[in-house]
Design a binder for this molecule. Structure first.
Ligand code: FES
Length: 372
């Protein structure tokens, strides 16, 4: 406030009404109300009720769309369906429906707030000169009074329909955002029997069925299995799991190559190359054939590069290197955990390579609890 103005004492401030405090505060702050017109000078008119209903309708729409978003998130079919299979139409709509319902909720909430300001708040134009320095006690009290006055003149206290509908919209919207952010975490990744279990990968055998190593030929419908002689010494290739029961199941065939825990790097070392095996995993290889998860234990990129001279597997994302001659132990870069090894052998009946079992530890980034 200017130095020429007299600052009321504490006792005098306590005596002043809210309107007087507002007027004094505005004057002290050099605020000039150039225009102030109440939208509805007489409360409770039909016109005002109509305006209130219009604003409340936007908030109600926001709440309904928020509820729809929750419903879609929880109940819409969202497990992967291959194109042209039963249910793929609804699966394809899952992500668009999430976007449409959440977008509509945000849009309606925003329009409701704008409509409230345009239709119900007083039409006011205020001009204030800015000045430096901290706030005095007088400034603080008058500012609080101005805020309280804004709350009172906004009509929110008596327009219950608005406060309730806006509260419902904001509540549902907040709930939706919370569910969206945390919903994916609401499951126990260590729960046995859960298909998303981190300790059960696509290499797990059900009912003792053989799990073959299948080549990556770029077409999920085409199954090409691997025999030991298919790989030259020093060679390597990416393989995926395959079970005979899946041969005519298009969905399972595609899922087999799309599962993030499926890719495995099959490496054939040169004869006589000296190898250090991991304790307890001495028989996981089949002769010179070693199979390691391709999922980098740093942040999960595919470790796609193999340098046969040095026996190093390289991850292109942050340059972690794993030593295949020493149970794929990390020797450079940010990864701290060895690549899990898949136990393999040759099926005596068919001559193809098969997995002797699933990985015995979680594959991928090292932040999951280790089993061993
Ligand atoms: S993900 Fe492989 S080094 Fe970071």
């Amino acid at each position: 406030m200017s130095e020429q103005q007299r600052t009321p004492g504490e006792a005098e401030l306590a005596e002043m009404s809210r309107d007087e405090l507002v007027a004094a505060g505005l004057e002290a702050d050099h605020v000039v109300i150039a225009k102030r017109v109440e939208r509805f000078p007489v409360p409770g008119t039909r016109a005002e009720k109509r305006a209130v209903r219009g604003v409340a309708a936007w908030f109600a729409l926001a709440a309904i769309a928020g509820l729809a978003f929750l419903g879609v998130y929880v109940a819409w079919p969202n497990s992967y369906r291959t194109p042209d299979t039963h249910g793929s139409f609804w699966y394809d709509l899952y992500t668009p429906m999430l976007g449409i319902t959440l977008g509509l909720s945000v849009f309606a909430l925003g329009i409701g707030v704008i409509a409230y300001a345009k239709k119900l708040l007083p039409d006011e134009t205020a001009v204030q000169q800015r000045h430096a320095e901290g706030s005095t006690e007088f400034d603080k009290q008058t500012t609080a009074a101005i805020l309280a006055d804004a709350g009172a003149t906004s009509g929110l206290a008596r327009r219950k329909l608005i406060t309730r509908s806006a509260g419902a919209a904001a509540g549902v919207f907040g709930l939706g955002v919370g569910v969206f952010a945390l919903g994916g975490l609401v499951k126990n990744p260590w729960a046995k029997g859960d298909k998303s279990d981190l300790l059960v990968t696509g290499w797990a055998s059900e009912n003792g069925e053989k799990v073959f190593l299948r080549r990556d030929v770029g077409d999920p419908h085409k199954v090409v299995l691997v025999r030991p002689e298919d790989l030259d010494a020093g060679g390597f290739e990416t393989v995926f799991p395959f079970k005979e029961s899946e041969r005519d199941d298009e969905h399972a065939l595609i899922k087999g190559v799309r599962r993030s825990d499926s890719p495995v790097m099959l490496i054939r070392l040169r004869p006589g190359q000296k190898v250090v095996k991991r304790k307890g995993q001495e028989d996981f290889n089949y002769g010179d054939y070693y199979a390691y998860s391709k999922i980098c234990t740093h942040l999960g990129c595919p470790t796609s590069l193999f340098e046969q001279q040095t026996g190093r597997l390289l991850c292109p994302c942050h340059q972690s290197q794993f030593d295949v001659f020493t149970y794929a132990k990390p020797i450079f870069g940010p990864a701290t955990r060895s690549l899990p090894q898949l136990p393999i052998t040759v099926d005596p009946e068919t001559g193809y390579l098969i997995a002797r079992g699933d990985f015995i530890e979680p594959i991928g980034p090292g932040y999951w609890e280790r089993k061993s």
